[in-house]
Design a protein around this ligand. Structure first.
Ligand code: LUZ
Ligand code: MOS
Length: 756
């Protein structure tokens, strides 16, 4: 089974938003943004820009006919700045011009006077000032005070994780075309067509049914287009609404880097308590989330951190508290893992520190505390399968961990400046939107008179291959070749009120909705077949493009059946809705069963550090991943490899930094923000997909488990493997539990260690 878009991509024939031929009269939008991180807007001067050739209109907050509000969870997100600016890159005015070049020239001619306020970019500082986006939240279980008496070791520390730029290949883009009356058709590069539709209607002050949003595919997203595609699409809608002309907006890479939010940096305080043998009894952690200037998805992301506060471990006494700290950075947002990676980094850091202070090997503490069937998470859900421990054991064997450790020791004793390190990274990730109501999807399936099938769902194809999976399940229900199916663009007029393609759940949910719709059509077709063949429906089945009667192939083919159904005036279309079963969560008690299931696996990572240069190479990563019964092994492998490398990038070379004075993003180009490239790829990536837990019917997709986000966290192992290699050079080397572990950080640590 291949990825159906592969050929189009390779030939450059896939159509992205920016490729759509511009309708006649299209205006180009460019956005004037704040270059001040925090301040009072005294004036915005557009008159010079308005006089430039080709400029048709300049839109500011006053021109907005409806509400100047793009928020989804908390209403604190103006589309265009009003009296105050809160971050560098905050949109202030939209220029519409005949050409893109003219629009950008005019943006340069807009000016703004600002009275500067103090800008804060450190989350702890924001917390001290009481500047929180929402009240703090605490997840807890057991009693950490009583358990203290049983602890032989109590270790406290701090940790920090950095942000991460999504670097989707396709920047934020949208094209809006006017329809009849006030109707609008928006093509948007969004993971959330229904959010774009809703917010466009709100900002324009028109009903939702006048706005149609269409998404063919995205050139990557990774969470960066879950919430943050919306304002740009709404700007094109606003432009069209005010001028009656099509409006196109495609951000330049630099603009996209500066103006849009990233993965949330976190700062942590922790205390871990263990008994004599190394059993973890207590886990106390505070998350200071750097939320950025407005809420965006920050509260939901913090919630997912809390859900993953114990990582892959069972800990009986827990207090985890999270703070969404409002700072003057571009609003940080969804990014693969959605708060989970940050929580998993800090628990691994604490276990590492416990190992250093107790002398118990880190992998021994890890292994002893892995989740087992029957264990309760702090949020009250039971862990019912044994995939965490199984994957650990399989990964130990598969990677030949014991032999490798010996080889690493030997290598390290024979090499003075090159040192190797190895780490184990277990992952356990909850699948479902933590916001329960988002766990619904719908699908519309048409069987056409020639027997070909058209499918519409709420899922957005962003390169992850969701459309391929949906085609597989529908072809399977009808037992026809997958080539006879097609997934249409994601369109709010065909599938309404859809959830974002996010939380690794799009294939599970939309695939099931499509499956249900196909089953309904199949039932009708089999009724028709029973009439044609003069037999009972229950003897019949569809198989290999034919109707089969009592396991024997009949002469009635799929095509003939469809024709017969049409001639007998049978409905060949179906709409279906899917709601993930069995999930609930009570935010007053912070207990429930928020996830349909968990995905688990373990990675073993080996690295070599050059202790003179501070540079490193990831030599080998061996992964055992429990993915259920695989629907599409090739896509799964692609997701695991991509997520792994993205995770390694996050904890190693991807470093965001801001100017301490102006708070300007310094990593605002690919010259100053390094992402993994082909030469950064580990020398070897070996992946075993293992079956395990059997999901109930209608959970997962035909027995397969969600794959998008969980493998991201395997990458965290690289950080600990590098630390282990540095310690082989000098056990006193300690860079702080700070990610990313850039080569600079490694070098500074090594030289500091040598001095002491
Ligand atoms: N988006 C969201 C997500 O709105 N809720 C979630 O729980 C989630 N989880 C992962 C990624 N995106
Ligand atoms: Mo996401 S982080 O599943 O948009």
């Amino acid at each position: 089974m291949k990825h159906f878009d592969a050929m189009l991509h390779v030939k450059g024939k896939s159509i992205f938003t920016g490729d759509i031929p511009e309708p006649e009269g299209t205006l180009h939008a460019a956005v004037f943004t704040s270059s001040c991180a925090h301040g009072k807007v005294l004036s915005v001067n557009t008159s010079e820009a308005e006089a430039l050739p080709g400029v048709i209109k300049i839109i500011t907050a006053e021109n907005i006919p409806g509400e100047n509000e793009t928020g989804n969870i908390i209403m604190d997100e103006p589309l265009l700045a009003g009296e105050t600016v809160h971050f560098i890159g905050e949109p202030v005015a939209i220029v519409l011009a005949e050409t893109r070049h003219q629009a950008y020239k005019a943006v340069n001619a807009v000016s703004m006077e600002v009275e500067e306020y103090q800008a804060v970019i450190d989350p702890r500082e924001a917390a001290l000032r009481g500047d929180l986006i929402a009240p703090p939240r605490t997840f807890s279980c057991g009693d950490t005070e009583i358990a203290l008496e049983e602890c032989t070791h109590v270790i406290s520390g701090v940790a920090d994780t950095g942000g991460q730029e999504h670097l989707y290949l396709e920047t934020q883009s949208a094209l809006c075309v006017p329809g009849e009356g006030y109707a609008l058709h928006i093509t948007s590069s969004t993971q959330s067509p229904s959010f774009v539709q809703k917010i466009a209607a709100r900002v324009l002050g028109i009903p939702i049914h006048l706005v149609q949003v269409d998404v063919l595919r995205l050139g990557g997203a990774f969470g960066g287009k879950e919430d943050q595609a919306t304002p740009w699409a709404v700007m094109t809608a606003l432009g069209t609404h005010l001028t009656g002309r099509p409006v196109k907006l495609v951000l330049k890479r630099h603009e996209d880097l500066v103006n849009t939010g990233k993965r949330h940096p976190y700062s942590f305080d922790f205390t871990i308590g263990l008994n004599e043998e190394g059993k973890i009894l207590i886990w106390k952690v505070d998350y200071y989330q750097n939320s950025g200037a407005v809420s965006d998805l920050s509260t939901a992301i913090l919630e997912r951190s809390l859900f993953h506060c114990t990582g892959s471990y069972f800990i009986p006494n827990v207090v985890a508290t999270g703070y969404c700290c409002r700072t003057n950075l571009a609003p940080n947002t969804a990014f693969r893992g959605f708060g989970g990676p940050q929580a998993m980094f800090v628990i691994e850091a604490a276990i590492h520190k416990a190992s250093v202070e107790t002398g118990i090997p880190v992998e021994k503490i890890q292994k002893m505390n892995l989740l087992q069937p029957g264990d309760l998470f702090p949020y009250g859900m039971e862990y019912t399968c044994d995939e965490v421990r199984n994957s650990w054991k399989l990964a130990e064997d598969f990677s030949q961990a014991a032999e490798t450790r010996k080889a690493v020791q030997k290598f390290n004793s024979e090499n003075r400046y090159l040192k190797k390190g190895i780490s184990m990274m277990p992952v356990c990730f909850g699948i479902s939107f933590t916001t329960t109501y988002l766990n619904q999807a719908n699908a519309l399936v048409h069987v056409y008179t020639d027997g070909s099938v058209g499918i519409s769902t709420g899922a957005v194809e962003m390169g992850q291959g969701v459309n391929s999976r949906i085609r597989q399940v529908t072809a399977n229900v009808f037992s026809i070749p997958v080539e006879r199916t097609r997934v249409e663009s994601t369109n709010t007029s065909r599938t309404a009120n859809t959830s974002p393609t996010a939380a690794s759940s799009a294939a599970d949910m939309n695939g099931n909705a499509a499956r249900i719709a196909c089953c309904e059509i199949r039932a009708r077709l089999l009724e028709v077949a029973a009439g044609e063949l003069c037999c009972e429906v229950k003897q019949l089945q569809l198989k290999d493009s034919y109707v089969w009667n009592r396991q024997i192939k009949t002469n009635l083919s799929w095509n003939q059946l469809v024709t017969a159904a049409y001639m007998s005036r049978t409905d060949l279309s179906s709409h279906a809705h899917y709601a993930t079963p069995g999930i609930h969560f009570d935010v007053t008690t912070e207990k429930g069963r928020p996830f349909a299931y968990h995905v688990a696996g373990t990675a073993v990572t080996e690295v070599t550090v050059d202790c003179l240069l501070g540079t490193y190479k990831v030599n080998r990563v061996s992964i055992v991943h429990h993915g259920g019964s695989q629907l599409n092994p090739l896509l799964d492998r692609g997701q695991v490899e991509g997520a792994l490398l993205q995770g390694i990038g996050w904890v190693t070379i991807e470093e965001l930094s801001w100017d301490s004075g102006s708070k300007r993003l310094l990593a605002d180009a690919l010259a100053t923000y390094k992402v993994p490239d082909i030469s950064f790829m580990p020398g070897e990536v070996n992946i075993i997909f293992a079956e395990g837990e059997e999901l109930e019917d209608g959970v997962g997709l035909k027995g397969s488990k969600a794959i998008g986000e969980p493998p991201f966290m395997y990458g965290i192992g690289a950080w600990f493997a590098i630390l282990s290699a540095m310690n082989a050079f000098n056990p006193k080397n300690f860079p702080g539990y700070i990610a990313p572990m850039t080569p600079e950080r490694v070098l500074m640590t090594l030289t500091a260690g040598n001095r002491s």
